[in-house]
Design a protein around this ligand. Structure first.
Ligand code: SF4
Ligand code: SF4
Length: 379
């Protein structure tokens, strides 16, 4: 397993995390088998957003003494008032559900302000006592860090800019990133992903990821496989389906992303997900999908690493990623971005301008120019 820091929390999560939604309604033995397989494979981050008591109890029992070896995302405001997954901002209701989670797990590593997708959601959290409750939970040590979940890049940007959250769970996959920021991606997912609405990598989504990297807000990812549609021959919006490693790699190569949460309900599904770690660079490469779409990517790095290897040992995608963040505010590059860049074994100044990467880049990125710019900005 590989581990990455979740932004400013300082905690390190496995790059493959586990979404536990599909364990809802499953017998305890199945829950235990799946959790055991995840832990045996080095998974240390689990998302428990489900409000139901039985599935929560099953997960807590399956973890048993291993509770402190793993980290949990627990969602504040997730309820099942109408016998279905529901959002509440009503404090007595919110407390009832979250305090049940605390009783079962002792503490929650990442207390997630649940589902902030609309203006109403934003006001329900930030213009009521909801946010005070979250901060009190943190002061008391009931939650160790504050996070939130969202599917809407415009709302998510607003939430990040409040300075309250230390991390974010966001829906990231190639299809969602190709939709305009104001599209309701969950509705699109329900109706079937529409290739005709794709318009190149949406700048607001890209800006959200770079903002997170700039502010050191770690990102965990949901909907990595687009509810299975991206990997389905029948439902894929692309010329051919992506594979699981390609979907995981796309999400893991976005700025600030620490972990992708894959929904699993069996040992086999956990083992399939962690296969990503042994996949070759060719098996992870997702660029064929993008080159068959309208080429709105021209000149912009999508962090795919198709241009590797570099004889100077430069991780070109990563240098480009930090460069894009630095370009947001050249005079005030954040210390965390500077220190991440400084931590690279080779930087832009190592480029010998051989040009081999530019021949391999499907998107016509001026890599040699970028390396020189990065060297100048980060000197
Ligand atoms: S420079 Fe081109 S090939 Fe390299 S990571 Fe960026 S988009 Fe991919
Ligand atoms: S041009 Fe620079 S970055 Fe590209 S492969 Fe050659 S040395 Fe590496």
């Amino acid at each position: 397993m590989e581990y990455r820091e979740i932004g400013k929390t300082g905690k390190k999560s496995s790059v493959i995390g586990m979404g536990c939604e599909h364990l809802d309604g499953k017998p305890y033995e199945q829950v235990k088998e799946t959790i055991d397989a995840a832990i045996e494979n080095g998974v240390n981050l689990f998302d428990v957003f489900m409000p139901g008591n039985e599935v929560r109890q099953n997960i807590a029992k399956a973890l048993g003494q291993r509770r402190s070896e793993v980290m949990l995302q627990g969602h504040i405001g997730s309820t099942d008032l109408r016998q279905q997954y529901d959002i509440s901002r009503d404090l007595p209701t919110v407390k009832k559900y979250f305090e049940n989670l605390l009783r079962l797990f002792g503490y929650i590593d990442f207390g997630m302000m649940f589902f902030i997708d609309s203006e109403e959601d934003y006001q329900g959290v930030f213009e009521t006592g909801f946010v005070d409750y979250i901060q009190k939970l943190k002061q008391q040590g009931d939650i160790r860090h504050i996070g939130f979940s969202s599917h809407n890049p415009i709302m998510a940007e607003r939430v990040v800019k409040t300075g309250v959250p230390e991390m974010m769970m966001f829906s990231i996959n190639l299809a969602f990133d190709l939709y305009p920021a104001d599209a309701h991606v969950l509705d699109e997912l329900g109706q079937g992903l529409n290739k005709n609405a794709f318009c190149g990598l949406d700048p607001k989504r890209a800006a959200l990821y770079t903002l997170c990297e700039q502010r050191n807000v770690g990102v965990t990812v949901m909907k990595t496989l687009g509810a299975g549609k991206l990997i389905s021959a029948e439902h894929t919006p692309f010329d051919k389906p992506l594979t699981v490693p390609q979907c995981i790699h796309y999400a893991l190569t976005r700025p600030a992303v620490a972990s992708v949460m894959i929904g699993c309900q069996s040992r086999k599904q956990v083992e399939d997900a962690v296969q990503y770690l042994s996949a070759s660079a060719e098996e992870r490469d997702y660029t064929h999908v993008m080159t068959t779409l309208r080429n709105d990517f021209k000149g912009n790095c999508v962090y795919c690493s198709h241009c590797q290897p570099c004889p100077a040992g430069i991780d070109i995608a990563t240098v480009n990623k930090y460069l894009d963040i630095a370009r947001l505010d050249r005079q005030n590059i954040s210390p965390s971005v500077r220190s991440h860049y400084a931590g690279l074994s080779h930087g832009g100044d190592d480029c010998i301008a051989c040009g081999s990467c530019e021949k391999r880049c499907p998107f016509g990125v001026s890599i040699i120019k970028n390396m020189a710019e990065a060297a100048a900005l980060f000197q």
